[in-house]
Each structure stands twice: as C-alpha cells, then as structure tokens.
Write a protein that binds this ligand. Structure first.
Ligand SMILES: Nc1nc2c(ncn2[C@@H]2O[C@H](COP(=O)(O)OP(=O)(O)OP(=O)(O)O)[C@@H](O)[C@H]2O)c(=O)[nH]1
Length: 133
C-alpha cells in the first residue's frame, strides 16, 4: 500500500502489476498520475514490472501491452517472477531504478549549478553597471 506520504519521501518507484490480473495493470496509469501530482519535481524515476511471469498459461496482460505502457511512461519495463527469478530480472529492475535515480540527480545538480552561476553573473553585472554609472 503506497500512501501519499511514501510518495513524497521516495526518490524512485517500482510499479508492479500482476500479469495474471488485468485489474492490477489498469491501476498502473492512475497510480502514475497520482505520483506525478504528488511528487515535485515531476518526472519521477520509475520502473514498470509485470510480475508472475511463471504463470504464463493464465496470463491476462500481454508483454507488448506492458512495453507500450512503459514507453508511454518513459520508463524501463521488466517482466519477472518473484517466485522463479531465474534470469535475475527482479534485481535488474531495482538496479535500473537506482541508475535512473542517479542519472536524474546528476542532471538536476547540473541545472542547479548552472542557475546559481547565472545568478552570480547577473549580480556582478548589476554591480559593475552601478559602479560605472
Ligand atoms: N506464481 C507466482 N506467485 C507469486 C509471485 N509473486 C507473488 N506470488 C504469490 O501471489 C500471492 C500474493 O502475493 P503477495 O506478495 O501477498 O502480493 P499481493 O500484492 O497481495 O498480490 P495479489 O494477492 O496477487 O493481488 C502469494 O501467494 C505469493 O506467493 C510470482 O512471481 N509467481
């Protein structure tokens, strides 16, 4: 259960649905919208995971549907099985989320540094203009 408090606190999120339960897949988009509403800055790092891939015979959500939704959400997508994680997709999903959080922090850090340099330049220019007038 993800509350708005958790949403504010988290740096990144793994959204998991159950490939054998279409209802859980349909909850992904509204959950993502809520995250975008609650989180600042927006564009929160996400990974989409379709769990229970070992139950392919009772699958209700196609891999292509998961891939499409992830593309719409601009995030990585994995199908995995928490019970039979032979390919290591569970760990890979978490590693990818950590990489994405680090990438976003690096970009935001650069933007912040750039904007503070701009402020210093503007302040110096103002001072010089005052001095020379
Ligand atoms: N076969 C299979 N069963 C799983 C997998 N992941 C979880 N389960 C089983 O699904 C059941 C529910 O798991 P929970 O961890 O309680 O998850 P939940 O969010 O309550 O999920 P649901 O009850 O499935 O809506 C448990 O019996 C788990 O063992 C998986 O990858 N494969």
């Amino acid at each position: 259960m993800l509350t708005e408090g958790h949403m504010r606190w988290g740096d990144g999120f793994v959204i998991v649905y159950d490939i054998t339960d279409r209802g859980s897949f349909e909850e992904v988009a509204p959950l993502r919208s809520l995250l975008e509403e609650v989180k600042k800055p927006k564009n929160v790092p996400l990974v989409l995971v379709g769990n229970k891939s070992d139950l392919d015979h009772v699958r209700q959500v196609g891999t292509d549907e998961g891939e499409r939704l992830a593309a719409e959400m601009a995030c990585a997508f994995y199908e995995c099985s928490a019970c039979a994680d032979e390919g290591g997709a569970v760990a890979e999903a978490f590693h990818e989320l950590c990489r994405e959080v680090r990438r976003r922090k690096a970009v935001q850090g650069k933007a912040r540094r750039r904007s503070s340099t701009t402020h210093v330049k503007q302040a110096i220019n103002k001072m010089l203009t005052k001095i020379s007038s």
